[in-house]
Design a protein. Structure first.
Lengths: 243, 243
DNA sequence: ACCTGAACACCGTTCAAGT
DNA sequence: ACCTGAACACCGTTCAAGT
């Protein structure tokens, strides 16, 4: 009856399982970035040989599939704790319900800064990604939107539905450190010639909010602005449909 | 006076220049995808040794920087042909002017399906990317929006400003072929359990438009829907500011 | 100055061999 | 059955050597 009680510490030597491989991969990516996640480094982390990984993972691609799915599973868990549950949400509250779910998803992704970039490279249908989006579709439908409008809505949200948006000018890069460099002013001066309007804009915006220099803007504020812009637009279209 | 008239065919042996290297790299990526763009394959394309590339390009990263900038330069050229020019655009037409520029940018990117994915990995400030965005900022400002609102607007547009948006469910992958597979129905059936609402939505949407099966939707239509949703929202906020 | 070839330090992965 | 080590076919890049 007494199954061997191996300790489940980090170096637990219990038989390797796909779940343990994936969990270890997420931890490694969190700590050192996806760039450091190689079959060899992951194996080293697990105290194993690189080739042994192929017994639990079909390929590197499969590993990345599993790893992103695990992150989205974490999102699912976080979102499951939101009350009221989707079924108990008053239909008219669909917008707030959606907003809360999406911002909760975002808060999870902030713990895995490398995840969005990997998520964007996945082409398959991760089970948890699908389930997450299904709940959003359900909420929108419950709010009275036609399936046609819901469909457009999901496309319009795009990756924002999962809580991230592509920042095209992000010197920290996807998952990098957010520290603005010291030569920001030099950069601004160099840009003044070719981008006078942007420079003027940043000068004024930075002036109003001395906290944030240059374009290193408040990601959270900007994300919510864009999200609300879309949600408000959808609400307007929904009301037009309802008439 | 007679400079050697080397033919400028594909295999032109004229002295190698950075411009020729980058142009060749874009052509290679267009033909075989970014995955096929390696220092070695690019060198072969140019009838040269791999190491010779480093005389015109600092590194692979620098090559990708240059290559994306070249694509955006192509966008710039296409957008420059739009009339009326930004300076002659009636201020009240800012929304249409923006829309036309963005859709023109998109039409260029459709010729380089690999470009969006690479663009997203660039952290630096490509000169042409900055210039392109500067024109958008100018148009928005000319339309009477405050710099603060313009700033939010640019963040809300994100990569949409350059004509692309991240599709999270795109089985063709970034820059892949758009052909839906034959086992779509099998996939739908398998998904029915975990994503009943999505399946119901797709069934109805597909029913209305038998042309497009499953989620392999009309990218152009969806892009324009999302873009208009944002632009209309911005217009509304601009009007509120103007009061 | 520009281009080359061999070599280095990495990848993901195949394969035959161990237990 | 699970794990291993050597090996293969790739990468980007360094370096000393050619012209």
């Amino acid at each position: 009856m007494s199954t061997p009680q191996t300790s489940t510490s980090q170096t637990a030597r219990s038989t390797l399982t796909r779940a343990r491989v994936l969990a270890s991969a997420v931890a490694l990516a969190d700590r050192e970035g996806v760039g450091a996640l190689t079959m060899r480094s992951l194996a080293r982390e697990l105290g194993i040989e690189a080739m042994s990984l192929y017994h639990h993972v079909a390929s590197k691609e499969d590993l990345l599939d599993g790893v992103t799915d695990l992150v989205v599973q974490e999102i699912q868990a976080a979102v499951a704790g939101i009350e009221p549950a989707p079924e108990d949400t008053p239909p008219s509250d669909w917008k707030h319900a959606l907003r809360r779910r999406i911002l909760t998803a975002r808060s999870v992704l902030l713990r895995h800064p490398w995840a969005p970039a990997v998520l964007e490279t996945r082409t398959g249908f991760s089970p948890h990604v699908v389930r997450y989006h299904d709940a959003l579709v359900a909420l929108l439908r419950r709010g009275g939107l036609s399936y046609d409008l819901v469909h457009h809505a999901m496309h319009a949200l795009g990756s924002r539905a999962l809580g991230f948006s592509q920042e095209l000018f992000d010197p920290s890069g996807p998952g990098g450190d957010p520290a603005p460099t010291a030569d920001d002013e030099a950069l601004l001066a160099r840009m003044a010639d070719e981008a006078p309007h942007i420079v003027a804009m940043l000068a004024e915006v930075a002036h109003e909010d001395p906290e944030s220099t240059l374009g290193w803007c408040d990601d959270q504020t900007e994300f919510e602005f864009g999200l609300d812009l879309i949600l408000d637009g959808l609400e307007r279209l929904a009301q037009r449909e309802a008439r």
